[in-house]
Each structure stands twice: as C-alpha cells, then as structure tokens.
Design a protein around this ligand. Structure first.
Ligand SMILES: Nc1ncnc2c1ncn2[C@@H]1O[C@H](COP(=O)(O)OP(=O)(O)OP(=O)(O)O)[C@@H](O)[C@H]1O
Ligand SMILES: [Mg+2]
Length: 322
C-alpha cells in the first residue's frame, strides 16, 4: 500500500479515487492544489504526497499564508540581504530557498496578498526568486503544493485572486470530500481514533451502542475529521472501557438527528419487498428507544408513541426486565 493510503484512513469510493490520484501524482514534480473544507485532511495529504515523492529526504517547508503579515511576507518568503531595509540587521534566508530540493507547502493560499501573488507567479513560471535587497534573481528547485478551504475559482471571478496564478497552481486539483459525504467511513475512523487514544493514554477503548453510532452517522460534522478526532479523544477519556449510549452524546449530535428524521410517520420506514420480521423489528425499536433514553422508560415510551403502560406491557412480552 502507498504511504498516501497508509496515513489517510477511509474506504469511501470518492475518497479512494482521490487517494489513487494522489499516489499517482506524488512521485512527479507536478504542482498540486488541494481543496476541501476545514479539517478534511489537506495538511495530512500534503505531507503524505511529500513523503512519497523523490524529495522526501529534503525538507517540506510550510507557509501559512493567512498568518503572513503583508509587510513581512516578501522577506519571509524570499529572504533579505543585510541592510535591505530598516531593521534588516542581518541576512535572512527565505522559506522558499529553505525548501530548495524539497517541497514548498503553501497553506491557505487564498489569503495571500496581491503583491505576493505576483512574486509567487514568477516562482511558478520560471523557478526564480529574488531576495529583498539583492539586485539579481536566483533559481530554486522545489515542488509546490498549495491548499485552500475556499473556492479559488470563485475568488478569481470576484477579482480577489489572480487568474494566471490560479491556473499555474491548479495543475493537479485534489478535492477532499467533507466527512458528511463519506459517512460509510465513520465506523472505521471512530474505531481507529478510539484505539489510538486508548493506547496513548493506557486506557480501555470505549465502544458505541447501535443507536449512538447511528446518531454519529447522521450528524453533519462541520469540523470534519478534526472534529471527529477531538470527539474521540474526549470520549476515550470520559468513557474508557464503557459502552457509549445516545444519552452520553453532546446535545448537537442528538439534536441533528432528531431534526434530520422525516416528521411524518408514513415516511419513517419503507417496507422492503421481501417483507420484515415484525417481532424482531419491534424488539429492535424498543432496544434503541431504551438506549437513547438512557433506560428511562417514560422517555422511551414517548419515543415510540406509546403510553407508559403499553410500553411496559411490550417489555414484558419480550421478557425485558421492567
Ligand atoms: N483520512 C484521515 N485519516 C486519519 N486522520 C485524518 C484523516 N484526515 C485528517 N485526519 C486528521 O484530522 C486532523 C485534521 O487534518 P488536517 O489538519 O490535515 O486538516 P486541514 O484540511 O488541513 O484543516 P484546516 O483547513 O482547518 O487547516 C488531523 O489531526 C489529521 O491527522
Ligand atoms: Mg490545514
């Protein structure tokens, strides 16, 4: 298996085809533009690509373009000569030169100022850069990977990002899907993170009840894999070695599903062509209602639309202790 696939977990078809494309482009020198919502794994993917390239023994230099103050950006990127400007008391090598032989990772590329966009364009077009205060340009040998959580094409349309730079960057676009579009990977990720944090903290892994797992699958995960990872870390500490039920989940996760469920009873369930085992279905619904209510029978009865007495009668029918 490739290094790209090893470090990035997931089996969803869309995600696997993205990893295949990444594994193909990794050994080349092609410029890569990674896009995706916050927390989808852009930085992890950039590192995996570098690790699988012929440049892996040279540095991967990351520049967070959003944290680069405009006044300092040029000297930070390309370095400056001693005395090039007031305050330049000694020579400083730029991040671009430091990446010589390796990879330059331009994170949050949409945030870069127009003047630096022009300088990056020259770097991409000719491999040349100019240290501040030095009259000539010099060549650097590097591979560029850029990442953004913005729609760069839209930024070009709005005049916020240079179109020529966009085309230079967008040689191989790799778009990471949000977690809500790869829900089938949720169980795998939950288990991997649960094991990771249990091992790291010498704790027993918690496990999730069917109902809790369903709620997690329905949740929209706006912070994507980062949110899931942090959630797993928290649960691995608070519920070490225990079963996590629906009532243990944070409010927004329980909430998201309730509002996501169709409201009309007629839409809740479609009878499969082969029919159902009604008793088994009833038993499963009762178990899930009990799990979600944390064992509270009145609440469980309400979830199923029964009176408490009717619910208790059904518990007896299935020999569930009341
Ligand atoms: N497929 C994956 N398998 C395992 N862990 C992952 C995966 N994708 C992301 N992660 C983990 O999720 C967290 C967030 O990933 P990363 O920092 O790469 O996201 P990002 O897209 O760069 O986020 P942001 O836009 O906020 O900078 C990291 O801890 C990373 O290791
Ligand atoms: Mg990032």
């Amino acid at each position: 298996m490739s290094i790209v696939a090893e470090s990035m977990l997931g089996h969803a078809p869309e995600f696997r085809s993205l990893l295949r494309a990444a594994a193909l482009v990794a050994p080349t020198d092609a410029t890569v533009l990674i896009s995706g919502e916050s927390g989808t794994g852009k930085e992890l993917l950039a590192h995996a690509i570098h690790q699988q390239s012929r440049r892996r023994h040279a540095p991967l230099i990351t520049i967070n373009c959003a944290a680069l103050p405009e006044a300092l950006a040029e000297s930070e990127l390309f370095g400056h000569h001693k005395g090039a400007f007031t305050g330049a008391v000694q020579q400083q090598i730029g991040r671009v030169q430091a990446a010589h032989g390796g990879t330059l990772f331009l994170d949050e590329i949409a945030e870069i100022s127009p003047s630096v966009q022009a300088k990056l364009l020259r770097l991409l077009e000719s491999g040349e850069c100019q240290t501040v205060g030095v009259p000539h340009t010099s060549k650097v040998d590097l591979r560029i990977i850029a990442a953004t959580n913005k729609n760069l094409q839209e930024w070009v349309r709005l005049g916020r990002f240079r179109e020529d730079l966009y085309f230079r960057l967008n040689v191989v676009p790799l778009e990471l899907p949000p977690l809500r579009q790869r829900r089938e990977d949720l169980s795998l990720l939950l288990e991997a993170f649960a094991n990771h944090f249990a091992t790291r903290n010498s704790l027993q892994t918690p496990h999730y009840g069917a109902c809790a797992l369903q709620l997690l699958k329905n949740y929209s995960w706006p912070g994507n894999i980062r949110e899931l990872r942090n959630f797993c870390e928290r649960m691995s500490i608070l519920y070490a070695g225990q079963k996590i039920i629906a009532a243990d989940l944070p409010w927004e996760m329980r909430q998201a599903t309730e509002s996501a469920l169709p409201m009309r009873a007629s839409q809740l369930f479609a009878l499969p062509v082969e029919g159902v085992d009604f008793e088994q279905l009833e038993r499963q619904l009762i178990d899930q209602a009990l799990e979600r209510s944390g064992g509270n029978k009145s609440h469980a009865a309400r979830l199923l639309g029964f009176s408490r007495d009717t619910f208790l009668y059904r518990l007896k029918k299935f020999s569930i202790p009341v």
